[in-house]
Design a binder for this molecule. Structure first.
Ligand code: NAD
Length: 485
């Protein structure tokens, strides 16, 4: 019998599901059971071409509609996502292995937030009137054209919406390529957008590995590429997009610092460290994986952290009591376990976890290392799993310098009761998305994105509008033209 997660077909182009079985089969494996629950096919060149052609035609129709009309479609789609939240959350859990306890509140719901927010903004995207005496200049905020979205595997519904909603609000069309690891959820987003009244071709989804992404990025019909992925992929995609001077948004990896001062509320800081390391089993780009704890509270912090980490409920992701799920794939589990072994070998002190859980599924126990030093591999490289490194520090000046000593710059957090210090420290940290006495909040109203190798551009908030539109300026002369001859 066909598993309920199996989509009708692999791709969604020009308003309908499309199959081309000549494409390489991509198995979809449920991370909890290891069972193959679905198969999709990578896009063939014919599918890539059909998706881009339909996006090009759809964009022309979509851009002619008023912003208010476009916004209405996005807001209707948001309502449908919310109505179907339970089923979409189950699908997200099948796609990623994340527990239903999380997916019910973090995935289709945050996708709906983005559609609602950008749907609300769509009618207000206007230009300026700039008086120049008798003459004037006016500006027009225009769509870019066909945009390509390429997703990572940790938040397949959210990424499809975070890219699609601002792109569509501005009058662009999109071809979205989900990660080959999690191909299911974006198809539902496309289906729901069209059910909400989107003209055919405005939001298309095609499957495939990096080479399909590469074919999209280099196609001359594409005006913009928005990638969520790792830094090495970001470098390749940014370089490929540069050939045609395409616009880019790069949402890449991180190794973010979370700094806990002696005066912090310990339970809040421990809560922040848990949210910033173990949510989605640590598969979150903005995670605060270098937890710097001031020496005076170090042992107290570690004891409370170990105690609370012991409360994680590993289990069936479909059971709402489960609060910690498996890694997305066996391969990702092995990568993470490799880092755990490196941490042990390089002399970090294991506080808890440190191995594959003794149960079915690709589970790595929530792991905390203490006495981590700046040069250890686990303190330098993005692990993308549930491995927290706790480092000690003495002074503010020292910790800021050490926190910034990384190629990454996605996020940063500080826990302290001294508000002057909190703002001063955040002001000195090289990161795009920061937190004071909190960690990993990502409301659609707030800009999200990184500095340094963690990326360029911003998602969410009004900032995203700037990255999915361009400004035309028009000088209007009311009098005669003066010329030298
Ligand atoms: P990845 O870089 O391996 O792949 C990302 C996407 O890029 C996939 O869809 C993949 O098929 C595609 N791709 C690969 N090579 C390509 C190429 N040459 N041209 C075009 N597309 C190509 O990343 P992943 O393993 O899927 O995801 C984990 C990474 O994503 C982590 O580094 C994580 O930090 C990052 N991430 C960042 C954010 C953010 O918003 N900053 C959010 C989630 C994940």
């Amino acid at each position: 019998m066909t598993h309920p997660a199996q989509p009708i077909a692999s791709h969604f182009i020009n308003g309908e599901y499309v199959e081309d079985a000549a494409g390489t089969p991509i198995p979809v494996i449920y991370a909890y059971t290891g069972e193959q629950i679905a198969t999709v096919h990578a896009a063939t060149p014919a599918i890539v071409d059909a998706a881009l052609a339909s996006a090009e035609a759809g964009q022309k129709i979509w851009a002619k509609m008023s912003g208010t009309e476009r916004g209405r479609v996005l807001r209707r789609a948001a309502d449908i996502l919310r109505e179907r939240n339970h089923d979409l959350s189950v699908l997200e859990t099948y796609d990623t292995g994340k527990p239903l306890q999380e997916t019910l509140v973090a995935d289709a719901t945050s996708g709906a937030d983005a559609l609602e927010y950008f749907g609300g903004l769509a009618g207000s995207l206007t230009g300026e009137h700039i008086p120049m005496g008798e003459d004037w200049v006016y500006t027009v905020r225009e769509a870019l054209g066909v945009c390509v979205g390429i997703g990572a595997w940790n938040y397949p519904t959210q990424i499809a919406c975070w890219k699609g909603a601002p792109a569509l609000a501005c009058g662009n069309s999109m071809v979205f390529k989900p990660s080959e690891t999690t191909p299911l959820c974006a198809l539902k987003v496309a289906e729901i957008l069209h059910e909400a009244g989107l003209p055919a071709g405005v939001y298309n989804v095609i499957q495939g590995m990096g080479e399909v992404g590469g074919a999209l990025v280099t196609d001359p019909r594409v005006a913009k590429v928005s990638l969520t992925g790792s830094v090495p992929t970001g470098r390749k995609v940014y370089a490929a997009a540069a050939a045609d001077m395409k616009h880019v948004t790069m949402e890449l990896g991180g190794k973010s610092p979370m700094i806990v001062f002696d005066d912090a509320d310990i339970d809040n800081a421990v809560g922040g460290a848990i949210n910033g390391n173990f949510y989605s089993s640590g598969q979150v780009c903005s995670n605060g994986t270098r937890v710097f704890v001031q020496k005076g509270i170090k042992e107290k912090f570690l004891a409370r952290l170990a105690e609370r980490t012991g409360n994680a409920v590993l289990g069936d992701p479909m059971d709402e009591a489960t609060s910690f799920g498996p890694m997305v794939t066996e391969n990702q589990m092995n990568i993470v376990l490799g880092y755990v072994e490196k941490g042990k070998a390089e002399g970090a002190r294991l506080i808890c976890g440190g191995k594959r859980a003794d149960r079915d599924g690709f589970f790595v126990e929530p792991t905390v290392f203490a006495d981590v030093t700046d040069d250890m591999t686990i303190a330098r490289e993005e692990i993308f799993g549930p491995v927290m490194s706790v480092l000690d520090f003495d002074t503010e000046e020292e910790v800021v310098a050490r926190a910034n000593d990384t190629e990454f710059g996605l996020s940063a957090g500080v826990f302290t009761k001294d508000f002057t210090r909190a703002h001063r420290v955040i002001g000195n940290l090289e990161a795009g998305s920061c937190f004071i006495n909190s960690y990993n909040d990502a409301p659609v109203e707030a800009p999200f994105g990184g500095v340094k190798a963690s990326g360029v551009g911003r998602e969410n908030s009004k900032e995203a509008i700037k990255h999915f539109s361009q400004v035309k300026s028009v000088y209007v002369r009311m009098g005669d033209v003066e010329a030298a001859f």
